[in-house]
Design a protein around this ligand. Structure first.
Ligand code: ZN
Length: 347
């Protein structure tokens, strides 16, 4: 077993920012594996932790190493690590589930009642090494770019959000074009949506949405999304709305632009309770609202892997920046500014 020190990006105390430092390489138990990180991606959650906002203050216990989206090579395995072997090229599902609660037993472990999250509740991957339960390991094809392999977890969120509906031949709107929104645009297009309407206020990200296959982009600073959607759908509205923004006004617009009998899938996490017109915008429209959390384990991972390895999805345009871990501040500043897609850190 490898021992000694590694470089790691730590949240040392409850304050803005993070510190690059040296910490002991994690020790694994018999159900865990140690992975040498090749690429780690910055998630919106990591930005919350970096900013030390309200959510982070309530959830995160410092000091600890954060980060949870990664790819790497298995360095060591515990004696009960099952079929995971040293040298394998892997990524990991970030939800650590109990396998014993009713949702887990019923095959719905993405809504396990005892979920812990790698890099939120445990030490994460902004480091040379990360340990994860062997059950969380997902094996990658040898020729997959490590940066692409590191964003399979958020891509899984996009795939889960879009493919819980049947987008082929229908219309999809994606509200909020952060990295997962951009990936949702690509997934909807790949899945055969006849129109994919991408809505945001950030021009940089709307340009990326266009690259990812959006048939129409709408800047809310310049146009009324409801009017545009109505014009593009002969007044019917869109069959699937993917809510990725978390803004109350965008949520109200999203419900209004959904077609009667349509679907409204919410991946965003609004900061506060949101008031919606259930009577007119949901009940009388026969709308189906679905919350999306995590990835189905592991059917979503299988879809993600196959969409990427078959080149049905090309996610390279979403990865706009890569930095060595030492330059983490550049990466986090970009993420805070919104002038980027996915930002990758290389330890
Ligand atoms: Zn469970």
């Amino acid at each position: 077993m490898r021992s000694g020190k590694m470089k790691a990006l730590m949240k040392k105390e409850g304050a803005f920012g993070a510190v690059l430092t040296e910490v002991p390489i994690p020790e694994i138990d018999k159900h865990e594996v140690l992975i040498k990180v090749q690429a780690a991606s910055i998630c919106g959650t990591d930005v919350h932790i970096y900013n030390w906002d309200q959510w982070a203050r309530q959830r995160i216990k410092t000091p600890y190493v954060f980060g949870h989206e990664f790819s790497g090579i298995v360095e060591a395995v515990g004696e009960n690590a099952g079929n995971v072997k040293v040298g394998e090229y892997v990524s990991a599902e970030t939800h650590i589930v109990c396998g014993k609660c009713v949702p887990c037993l019923a095959g719905k472990s993405h809504v396990c009642t005892n979920t812990a999250i790698i890099g939120v509740d445990t030490a994460g991957c902004f480091a040379e090494y990360v340990k994860v339960p062997a059950d969380n390991v997902w094996k990658n094809p040898a020729d997959m770019d490590p940066a692409i392999a590191s964003i399979q977890e958020p891509l899984g969120n996009a795939v889960h959000t879009v493919l819980e509906s049947q987008p082929a031949g229908g219309t999809t709107a994606v509200i909020g074009c952060g990295p997962i929104g951009l990936m949702a645009v690509a997934v909807a297009k790949a899945a055969g949506a006849s129109q994919v309407i991408a809505i945001d206020k950030n021009e940089y990200r709307l340009a990326l949405a266009k690259q990812m296959g959006a048939t129409r982009t709408v800047s809310i600073e310049e146009e009324d999304p409801l009017k545009i959607v109505s014009a593009l759908t002969s007044g019917e509205g869109v069959d699937l709305v993917c809510e990725m923004s978390g803004h109350p006004s965008a949520i109200a617009q999203g419900l209004a632009m959904a077609a009667n009998g349509g679907r409204f899938h919410i991946l965003s996490l609004p900061e506060h309770p949101v008031t919606i017109d259930l009577t007119n915008k949901v009940v009388f429209k026969g709308l189906t609202i679905q919350g999306i959390t995590g990835r189905k384990m592991f059917s979503t991972w299988r879809q993600v892997s196959q969409l990427l390895s078959s080149n049905v999805l090309d996610l390279l345009p979403v990865i706009t920046h890569q930095f060595p871990l030492e330059e983490f501040e550049k990466g986090f500043e970009l993420m805070r500014s919104g002038q980027c897609g996915k930002v990758i850190l290389i330890p």
